[in-house]
Structure formats: structure tokens, C-alpha cells
Write a protein that binds this ligand. Structure first.
Ligand code: HEM
Length: 401
């Protein structure tokens, strides 16, 4: 019998979650990490990872031991130079984090989201009408990408010019959370001009009056934050809010397409649209990893972890942990997906989740009202990123109601 006073043996994996073979087969990676132990050492990058639901939840909750201010990717940004200034909300800890969090919570409150809903629904209906003019299209781009890329920047008050820079910029942001590999280098080259654009777009004078960006600058006028802080908070909309929502909608669509009985349920009852999105996020978390850095020595699953170590939570793996979910690989609208980890949880839990849910609900509702059947007419084409999962192409054919 193992001696409970002795540290547990470290399980080491030589799997590299960021090499192309792994990125082509993400579910195998998730399962390997999760089933290898409560916490595993990933030799390729000198980090720890966990895909167990209970462990992920406890790491999120213990923000004093597991800090965000050294970066939420695999690099300790206090030791290595980062490609940009750290986010004042995502890559920050209390007490400093608390103020920025309060401001973003009020900018993205339920009241604000509710006020935007009617306009978003009208635009979702119009987009779906346009796309359904042909029976075959790329649901990944024409629906899941087109909608958030239109409505969120408009709501923030971004300029209509220069929007082509938004996705290259956020792509670089997410690639940079992983290793400095070929994906990162290509994203970095593609985003050269985007960084200049974003630095301009963050500024007060570049934002349309009445948008969420201006609401953030209102906190400068009240003396709560500096002009620079406000720009950094505006930046989070494009680093955290666009591709995540796009890919989340893609996975809900894929779940519905691959499970025709679930599509039939949504078509019969479009009020299930919100659930369809939420279960899609559980089934495939678009942002599969979030990292923390240990502020002090700690123990996970009996394994001693020193201070200053990187612990990466595998959210997608936790969302299919059979210890937490029944029949976890099945996309099922009858299940209660609440408690999934796709938005994280605790003090950094996604502050834009109500906005993301509302966007997705509008689009899926519009689709369910008009479409009778939806099927794939070719293989989905993956989008490759160190830190996000989604598709470049979901080729579909629809019939109308
Ligand atoms: C499906 C869509 C989305 C997913 C999967 C997602 C995922 C996440 C996750 C996992 C976190 C936690 C990060 C951590 O613990 O370190 C987070 C935080 C955050 N998200 Fe989202 N997000 C989504 C949409 C959005 C949207 C639409 C916005 C803005 C409008 C947004 C803004 C933020 C911000 C500002 C944070 C940082 C909060 C903090 O550190 O206190 N996200 N998101």
C-alpha cells in the first residue's frame, strides 16, 4: 500500500499537445492527459497539466495559489518577454484585478446585454435570410464567423474600416499562449499591421459614441482608471471575445449536424437555442486550455509542485470527464450542461459569457426558425491554433421549412 505521507510519483507524458499531429486529434490528447492522472508533467514544455474536472475547478477557485499575473498561457511572462503589454484584467490578480473586473462586469451586465438583444436578433434573422439564398454554404464562415464579427465590433463602437485586422490580431493573441512554434511565427507575420491598427482602435477618439468602448472611457472621466487602462480594457473585446464566440457557435452547429435528433428538437422548439450553444461548449470547449502560475509550493493529487511552476488546465478534457458527466462524448440537449468549464469559473470566469450566449442564441434561433434539415456535404476543415479549436470550413447543405 502506498505511504500517504510520501509524495505521489510524478506521471510524465512525452506528448506535445501543440504539435500538428496532436492538433489534428484533440480529443485523443484530452483523454490522454485526463486519464494519465490528476496532474501530469508535460516534458515537452516543462509544464503541468490537468484534465480532471475536480482539479480544474479547485485550481480556478484557489486564485491565491494559482496566479494569473504571470500569464495564462504556457510562458511565465514575468520571466520571459511577452509580445505585448499584459491584460489588466485577464493577466492580473487581486487586489488590482478587482477594480477592472468590476468595470467590465458593469460594461457587459445583463441589462446591457438585454438592451442589445432585439437589434442582434434582427441582424441574425437578416444574415440567415441572406445565407439561405443558396442551399449549400460554409457554415463555419458564412454564419458562425460572419455574425459575431459584425455585431460585437459594432456594439463596442469599432470603426467600420480596418475590420480585416481583428481576426489576425486575436489569432496572434491566442497562438502566443502556446509555444513559439510555426503556428505562432505565421500568426505573428500575418498580424504585423494588425497590431498598429489595434493600438489606434483602442483609443477614445477612434471609438463611435454610444458604444461599449465609450462606456469604458466613462470610468476615466469619473477618475477610476487611467486613459491607458481604458484602452487595455477595450482591447480585451478583440483579444477575448470574437474568435471564442465564433468557434463556440461552430461547435454547436457541428453537434446539431452530427446528431440529427438534437437538430430536430431545436427545430421543433427554437427556445432550446441557448441550451444548444451551452451543450456545444461543454462538448467541445473552443478555448481548451487556461494556465496559471503557482505563487507558492502546493500539492495536487499528492504531487508536490514548487513555486513559480506553470499549471495548465485542460478545460475541454474536464468537460468530458466521465467522473463528472454521463455519456460525455454525446452532444445531448436533454442534459444540464451547467457547470461546464468552457468559460472558466471563479474570479476570472468569462465576463463576456452573457454576451456570447446572447449572440449565439440569436443566430441559432434564426436558423432553427427557417431550416428544416442540415447536413454536412464534405469533411470539416480544422483551423489550427495552439490555444483555440474550431474550423475553417463546415460545408453544409440545408433544406428550408
Ligand atoms: C464562447 C465564447 C467565449 C469563451 C469560450 C470564453 C472563454 C473564456 C475563459 C475560459 C475565460 C477565463 C480565463 C481565465 O480564467 O484565465 C474568459 C475570460 C474572459 N473573457 Fe471570455 N470567452 C468567450 C466570450 C467572451 C466575450 C464575448 C467577451 C467580451 C465581450 C469575453 C471577454 C472575456 C474577458 C475580458 C475575460 C477576462 C476576465 C477576467 O480575467 O476577470 N469573452 N473567457
Amino acid at each position: 500500500m502506498p505511504d500517504a505521507n510520501l509524495p505521489a510519483a510524478v506521471v510524465t507524458l512525452d506528448l506535445d499537445p501543440f504539435d500538428m499531429d496532436a492538433l489534428r486529434d484533440p480529443l485523443r490528447v484530452d483523454e490522454t492527459i485526463r486519464e494519465a492522472g490528476e496532474i501530469v508533467r508535460m516534458d515537452a514544455h516543462g509544464i503541468w497539466m490537468t484534465g480532471r474536472y475536480d482539479v480544474v475547478e479547485s485550481v480556478f477557485r484557489d486564485y491565491e495559489t494559482f496566479e494569473s499575473s504571470a500569464g495564462t498561457g504556457i510562458t511565465n511572462t514575468k520571466r520571459a518577454e511577452n509580445w505585448r503589454k499584459p491584460s489588466v484584467i485577464l493577466e492580473n490578480d487581486p487586489p488590482s484585478h478587482t477594480k477592472y473586473r468590476r468595470i467590465m462586469t458593469s460594461v457587459l451586465s445583463q441589462r446591457v446585454v438585454r438592451r442589445l438583444t432585439e437589434g442582434f436578433q434582427e441582424r441574425a434573422d437578416a444574415l440567415v435570410d441572406r445565407v439561405l439564398a443558396t442551399s449549400e454554404f460554409n457554415a463555419a464562415k458564412d454564419l458562425a464567423e460572419a455574425f459575431p464579427l459584425q455585431v460585437l465590433p459594432d456594439a463596442v463602437g469599432f470603426s467600420p474600416e480596418g475590420r480585416e485586422h481583428l481576426l489576425p490580431y486575436s489569432n496572434l493573441n491566442f497562438q502566443a499562449m502556446g509555444p513559439r512554434n510555426e503556428l505562432y511565427r505565421r500568426a505573428s507575420e500575418a498580424a504585423q499591421e494588425a497590431a498598429t491598427f489595434v493600438n489606434w482602435q483602442m483609443r477614445r477618439e477612434a471609438l463611435a459614441p454610444g458604444g461599449l468602448g465609450h462606456t469604458i472611457y466613462g470610468f476615466v472621466d469619473e477618475g477610476e482608471i487611467s486613459e491607458e487602462d481604458a484602452g487595455m480594457l477595450v482591447r480585451t473585446f478583440l483579444s477575448a471575445g470574437i474568435d471564442t464566440t465564433i468557434f463556440g457557435i461552430q461547435f454547436a452547429l457541428l453537434g446539431l449536424i452530427e446528431h440529427p435528433a438534437q437538430w430536430a428538437r431545436l427545430r421543433e422548439d427554437p427556445t432550446l437555442a441557448r441550451k444548444a450553444f451551452e451543450e456545444g461548449l461543454r462538448w467541445n470547449a473552443p478555448s481548451p486550455y487556461i494556465g496559471r502560475t503557482t505563487a507558492r509550493e502546493t500539492t495536487i493529487g499528492g504531487v508536490r509542485i514548487g513555486a513559480g511552476e506553470k499549471v495548465v488546465m485542460a478545460l475541454a478534457a474536464a468537460n468530458r470527464d466521465p467522473r463528472r458527466w454521463q455519456d460525455p462524448d454525446t452532444y445531448d440537449l436533454a442534459r444540464d450542461p451547467s457547470g461546464h468549464m468552457a468559460f472558466g469559473t471563479g474570479i476570472h470566469g468569462c465576463v463576456g459569457q452573457m454576451m456570447a450566449r446572447m449572440e449565439a442564441t440569436c443566430l441559432l434561433t434564426a436558423l432553427a426558425r427557417r431550416v428544416d434539415t442540415i447536413e454536412l456535404v464534405g469533411e470539416p476543415v480544422r483551423f489550427f491554433s495552439n490555444w483555440l479549436r474550431g474550423f475553417d470550413d463546415l460545408p453544409v447543405r440545408v433544406t428550408l421549412r
